[in-house]
Design a protein around this ligand. Sequence first.
Ligand code: ANZ
Ligand code: ZN
Length: 804
Amino acid sequence: MAVPYNHKAIEKKWRQKWEENPVNVDDGKKPKYYCLDMFPYPSGNGLHVGHWRGYVISDVWSRYKMMQGYYLIHPMGWDAFGLPAENYAIKTGQHPAISTAKNISNIKRQINEIAAIYDWDREVNTTDPDFYKWTQWIFVKMFKEGLAYEKEFPINWCPSCKTGLANEEVVNGCCERCGTPVTKKNLRQWMLRITKYADRLLNDLDKLEWPEKVKKMQTEWIGKSYGAEVEFPVEGKDEKITVYTTRPDTLHGATFMVLAPEHKLAAGLATPDQKEAVDAYIYAASMKSNVDRMQDKEKTGVFTGSYATNPLNGAKVPIWLSDYVLADYGTGAIMCVPAHDDRDFEFAKKFDIPIIQVIAKDGKAIENMTEAYTEASGTMINSGDWNGMESAVLKKEAPHIIEKMGIGRKTVNYKLRDWVFSRQRYWGEPIPIVHCPKCGNVPVPEEELPLRLPDVESYEPTGTGESPLAAIEDWVNCKCPKCGAAAKRETNTMPQWAGSSWYFLRYVDSHNDKELVSKEKADKYLPVDMYIGGVEHAVLHLLYSRFYTKFLYDIGVVDFDEPFHKLFNQGMITGKNGIKMSKSKGNVISPDDLVRDYGCDSLRMYELFVGPPELDAEWDDRGIEGVYRFLSRFWNLVMDNKDKNIKASKEMIKARHKMIHMITTRLEGFSLNTVISGFMECNNNLIAIAKKEGGMDKETLEAAVLLLAPFAPHMGEELWEELGHTDSVFHHEWPAHDEEAMKDDEVEIPVQVNGKTKAVISIPVDISKEDAIAKAKEVLGDKLSGNIIKEIYVPKKIVNIVAK
Ligand code: ANZ
Ligand code: ZN
């Protein structure tokens, strides 16, 4: 028996060798491959086994690409601005920069345990002034292009984090960070005009090789819909209420209308006897959090006492207020067609409003509707001139008809809103704007960037809607860059998403102090070929990054307009019973002990073995034993046979090529858990053949080691060296399979019907009886008639079918 597998010694040796002689080097000739991980937030809790999975997946993929001859861009960095560091600072009185630096060094140590082939020379940190200089520079460019603007309006406000939030940061009506129900607050905000890019963000999804699920989420988030605005004159007043509808075909069925309580006409529509009720309703709605408003509770509402006129048929329509209509979508007012809309139906039932059916499913009206008929298919009824038309056709034509009649216009609507870009917090990039009493908003000159975040005494959010920066007078008070008058700095900071919206561009030129990225390097190394990270970023980070990239494309910084060609979302690793790993739940499993006991290679492979990489998986430590045993067996196989000088049998060659084929196709399909089980199967098979033949040939051993290397890189290198190579295993080409050699041996046998030979077929020697007979029948075709009584297969000899 040769030396047993000693993971400790091997891993230590190769870490040092890789450090001295990096394996991923740009020789200027190789094509590039950019494989990017979503960079982590350096939290104080460090990494758990769940974090490992994504990094292992991307490292395996990177090393595989390297063996295919690419120079890798495989960087790592830190998304280090944000609330947790600031909250920690508030608790401990420590500057966020200090705790952040400490966390980074700890996580970096942990990440190094993965032995991923990161190029630390490219490292970025979003809180580094040399980095956020460019985050601010992009903002200034956006400001100059009219894409960054100020606006006062009721924004999402988290009463616990004491800051405004973007729509994307509100999950089910609660703060994405802390779970507190979000309320509304009127505040002056900086906004980014992402809506200007809505169509491009939507259409360009077609170019991307992304999971359909993510594309669908973005499509729905952008929410483009075609419809019409229709104007309803208010009875007895000079005003018109404009509604937005995607179903103008149902206009004859509008029996009431509803305005959002915040609609500017709402209060004024109240008749004297309804005034009290209307005011009370408007006040109550303003006090409700979004959660309350969105929950599917019973509909509430109030009648204003006023009526409008249906412009199509002159019908008198009562005007109601209800909070199921959102103030900031469409026009904030709707025409209600209870027969064909669920919410309107519920409302009409509750408040006893007439229901008029205008689409008949099979030409007949439904008596006593018990629910709305919401499909746009059927024939129009109760609709004047439109009677008899197909509703699906009318749905498309109605906007034009309405426009022609002068009672409205066709419109396109988006759910996407402009991005609320300011935060009333300390630990973020200062927004580089100066408010001058004469010149208005003036950007900080580009050559004065970065505008550094000043030190403060207290990190506490003020809660007044002002950031803690507002208290630092000698920072706030400044001179206008344009006219020199006394002016004040903007004290809001940027959201955490700012740095992560473009960091991937910086990696390829992270030390450049003249440009965000040089043209030359951008052309050579960008964009990202493969992006790997969690699915929770489907509409936030992944939409913002696309927006930023498109903007930078428009101003000529880069020459591509989509940042990430391919995307892979890994599932989460949870504790027992699918519970998310967290310190507070006490179910965090740290990789450190497992690495110590089983080695990095075993943990890497086990991370992949726990289940399909795109799905969540429950962690169970025990399985790692099996992976460790596999690696030991693999080790012994190579060590026992490396010096034997055996000539490969046909069977061995076949097994080798089948293994290459199996591992490569599974890897290409990102089916990484089945790659690991495939290794185990192949290993057993190879061991069995070797036993029969007294050993294993070197070529098969080499192929196996090459295939294993991206998964267990230390063992890969060590065994490659044991097989007599002096160069890194990762500089050797990925093995290719040979179709011919993979083919099973075949024999030709006669096919008889009732004892007479009718055909000859060629079949693999180890084919099953069922397959042999199936093939025989296929060849016989209509030469076979009557009822089959018996089917006989004598392996490698004959098929005989008895029929009557
Ligand atoms: C009349 C109608 C009849 C409607 C019918 C639907 C079915 P999407 O596809 O999401 O754009 N709506 C418009 N503005 C709204 C607002 N601010 N708050 C709540 N609902 C609003 O949906 C558009 C439809 O949602 C519009 O079409 C309108 O109701 C409603 F049988 O108008 B519909
Ligand atoms: Zn000025």
